[in-house]
Write a protein that binds this ligand. Sequence first.
Ligand SMILES: [Zn+2]
Length: 110
Amino acid sequence: MEKENNKRLTVNLEEYVIQVAEEKARANFKGSLDYYINWLICRDNKSKIHKYVRKRDEDLEKKKPKLIPNSLKAAMFNNTCDFCKEPIYQGEEICKAEGYDNYIHKKCCK
Ligand SMILES: [Zn+2]
């Protein structure tokens, strides 16, 4: 959950609230309060969150570069995608795209 577009938020809570939250996070979110609080807020604001996610996905879709035909292949080594900056794992589908020198995820092309 340490992504570039994540922001740090400081909140003040009663000690017993923190204790309960940490117990819950340990039991259900691999100990991550970030995941737990994210889940709580998303669950409580489903339609608004969906709207933002949809908008973000649409914006991202528009920015995707065009796939260069016949360049599709399976990654032979682990690498990083120049479009999304996420890892490319060996065996994942990758391709050449307009404006990119290196292979990127197939899912990052249109
Ligand atoms: Zn990518």
